[in-house]
Structure formats: C-alpha cells, structure tokens
Ligand binder design. Structure first.
Ligand SMILES: [Fe+2]
Ligand SMILES: [Fe+2]
Length: 287
C-alpha cells in the first residue's frame, strides 16, 4: 500500500514566483532516476528469486519509487512548461541499462546487495529532506516531504531484510564497510550524470560524464546542512553494524561534512569552466 498518491498533492497551490530556478534541473534529473525503479525491481526479483516475501516487498518499493519520479516529473513540467518528462525519461531508459540478466547480486552477496540499497535510501532520504527544507515553493515542499518519508521507510525495509541475511551469510565488518563506501562512491557515477544529461541537455548533445556530474553535484550539495549529513552518516554506520552514536559517529559526521564542502568547491571550480554555468556559480559563490 502506498502511503500517499499523486492526487493527494495540492497541485493547485503551485506558486511559480517561489520556484528556485537552480532547483528545477535537479528535480528533472532526480525524476529520471526515481522513475527507473521498475528496472531495479526486475533485478532484485532475480537476485532474490527464492525469497517471495522480499520479492513482494521489492515490487511495492518499486511502485513507490516510480511514483516519486512521476510526482517530480509533473512538478518540473509546472515549473518549466516546455519540458517533456516522458521524452526525457525515454532517452534515459534507452541509454542507461541495469544488469537485468543477473542472477546474483553485483555486490557479491544478498547482504551486500541490501547494504547497497540501504546506502541509496540513506542518500535519497537526506537529499529530499534537504530539498524539502530548502524550497519555498509549497507543492515541491509537500512532494519532497512525502518522498523523504518514503525513503526513510525504504531504508528500514532493506535494513530489516539485511539483518536477516547477515545471520545466514555472516559477512565481516570490513567487507560490509567496503560495500557501503563503494556504493556511496558510485553516486558520482553514470546513473546521476546520465540523468542530468537526459533531463537537462538538448538531444543530440554529446554526453560528457564528468561535466554532468559536476553540474549536478555542485548544485545538489548546496542544499545540505550539517544535520542532514549527521543523520545520513548515522544511517550508514547503522547499516554496516557500527553504533551510530558516540565518538566514532561524531567524528565520521564531521569528516563527511568537510568532505562534502571540499567536493562542492571542487565541482564549483569545474562548473565555472563550463559554458553557460555563470549564473549557477555566481549564485552559489555569493552564499
Ligand atoms: Fe525514491
Ligand atoms: Fe527509496
């Protein structure tokens, strides 16, 4: 059962004057990745072929992810009436393929697969919490709050199944940590960069991954506050089996916050060297 529906969103409250133009391209790119949830469910159904409970949960989960994409896509078309969500997603789908033929997890174990899913949900729950707080536009605020609540529930879903598999597969702490950090690192990989490309760049333009990553990340990182990073780090630690509170948690949160600032500055520098990025860089540099 979904916890909310697209029709529950108060679309008539949309206020064009309150749209932060820097947020629109982020929403377009996020819509692509979210909408692709169905393919992830196909992959998860294959990896967990003999686990009907998890397979059913994965199908419900995918329905919610698709709804995230549809809600974000619809909002982006209100904010930019010239944008075509379906056409952008068709481009994304044609160019970005998951390993749908896999019969085992690309993470080496089911526990590893579920830890990786926890990392994704950690990232999305933090991201939509940050966007919900940052935007003044009431419809986007409502959508992002709804999505963030779903993402926290998704984390718990994958975490609970992960604990079940961990008892069986007994993967060591070092390996769990490696899988978690590996998946976090992939957030700067093709999935988001290509979503940026399909959501925001003209058809026919060549896809340059590093440029798209910089364009996406420099903008996205602007919206995080320390509390989002702190909570996210706590969720990462919990998923790998380290107590999230206490000294290690505090140090890890501070380190992650500094790392985020450092990477953001690096992306901003890269973005500054790209054509057409002047306004974005100037707006951020002024903060
Ligand atoms: Fe989502
Ligand atoms: Fe999710």
């Amino acid at each position: 059962m979904k916890h909310w529906r697209i029709d529950d969103v108060a679309w008539d409250r949309f206020d064009a004057a309150k749209v932060d133009r820097e947020l629109v391209p982020l929403v377009k790119a996020a819509a692509m990745v979210e909408r692709n949830g169905t393919d992830y469910a196909v992959y998860l159904n294959r990896v967990f072929a003999d686990d009907p409970d998890f397979r059913q949960a994965a199908d419900y989960w995918a329905d919610e992810e698709v709804q995230h994409g549809d809600a974000l896509g619809r909002w982006a078309m209100l904010a930019d009436p010239g944008w075509d969500y379906s056409a952008a997603f068709a481009r994304y789908r044609a160019g970005y393929k998951l390993p749908l033929e896999a019969t085992a997890s690309v993470r080496g174990s089911r526990t590893g697969e579920l830890i990786a899913r926890c990392m994704v949900e950690t990232g999305t729950s933090s991201y939509y919490s940050a966007l919900a707080e940052a935007t003044q536009e009431p419809v986007l605020k409502q959508i992002c709050k709804n999505i963030a609540a779903d993402e926290f529930r998704h984390y718990k879903l994958f975490y609970d199944h992960m604990r079940r598999y961990l008892k069986r597969e007994n993967i060591g702490l070092a390996r769990r940590l490696r899988i978690a950090l590996g998946r976090i690192g992939e957030s700067e990989d093709d999935e988001l960069a290509f979503a940026w490309h399909c959501g925001n760049q003209a058809e026919g333009r060549r896809f340059v991954r590093s440029d798209c990553t910089a364009a996406y990340m420099a903008r996205a990182m602007r919206f995080y506050r320390f509390r989002h990073v702190e909570r996210g780090v706590g969720m990462v630690l919990k998923a790998v089996g380290v107590k999230p509170r206490g000294r290690i948690g505090g140090m890890a949160a501070k380190f992650a916050w500094r790392l985020l600032q450092w990477r953001r500055r690096r992306y901003l520098r890269q973005l500054g060297g790209m054509p057409g990025a002047g306004a974005a860089v100037a707006a951020q540099a002024a903060e």
